[in-house]
Design a protein. Sequence first.
Length: 429
Amino acid sequence: MMNLYLFDDELAQSWKPFTLTRPAGELTLGILSMRERAEALWREKCLGHITCPSLRHFDELDAPPVLGFDDINSEKPVILFSSRAILDPSKHTYGTVEELFSHTDHHNLPQTLVIGDQMVGWILPKGFSGYEEINSSDPGASKSDFPEFPLSGTVLENMWDLVAVNGDQINKDVNRVPLDHARCSLTTLGAPHGVTYEGDNPIIIESGATIAPNTHLDSRPGGILISTGAYISPFTHIIGPAFVGAGTRLLGGSMSCFTAGPECKLRGEISNSVILSYTNKSHDGYLGHSYVGRWVNFGALTCNSDLKNNYGEIKILRHHGNYYTEEATGQQKLGIFVGDHVKTGIGSLFPGGCTIGCGTNFFGGGMAPHDIPPFSWGTASGLEPYDLSAFLQMVHKVMARRDIELTSKAEKLLLEAWEITRPHPDKSS
């Protein structure tokens, strides 16, 4: 047995707007969060995230807390693993981590984990106390000179990789990830009454999921997994690869190459996107090549662009107080990045590459700017800071509708996020 912790380096911490309110390890790719994926491959439960101290109040059900090095339990050997790293399960088939490292010449010594030429973590023996030698923000700058242990896998470089490779990851996950509920395969047992399907890739339905008549499932481009408690309403067209989380309701429309987390309500056209839990898109409108946080609500006919008129490369504007920097993505098709607790009004329009900060309330129609700072309130013609008390009242109301309480710790997280994103006068002047 070993103690597993995930860490966010500086690159992972820069994945705003998401990492303002959550560790990168709690972002989803395919059908699992990065933390769940690490747990499945290491066969250990993650005990905590080592990340930006401003996230110390992070508090979500079934997610481990944010910790510091002083909180690490070294009574067992410790694995520190990068939240950006994805192990290849076909190359790592050992029954336990102990078996994996018992094949090395240094199994009782600290070792550096590498994928290719990138450092992705460390394995540390029981009783290890030299954490001052380790730099989790910049692993390459660590003072340690431990032997290297090579692993097979990939390392995500940019937050838009979470969109670009999501479909491929769903296909890899569909038959590999163990599920908590019985599953049946439509390609083996046939479809429910009135449901049509086509394609040779797996279509897997967990027990307790309901698929209404006049639904069509197309697995030709990739597999489809529909989780327990999900409801698929009539006139919904699902094109794989696709994952529908537990309790999520698809309310009609065409949806392709997407991940929908638990307890979402989705309708309209969705393409090549990842949507985290408790998000509502209950009306028509287009969402494409995008990544959407938790507790987001899209007003009717909210749409985003994901392709420039000149078919050029889409760039992202990064907000730094009073100025912006432009970052090339290398992507021809890219949509929007939407932080937690964002709300949009009817007819809202967003350009490709738009970043919408946590806690924003955008309304009034019209094309939004390319970068919307966190906790903004207003229209395309004018944005101002969202009143903090009004924002928190809204969060309490929204979560109460799902019978979920905003804990005092989670409220402190939002308070700290609001504080660190407020402009501060230059004290040196």
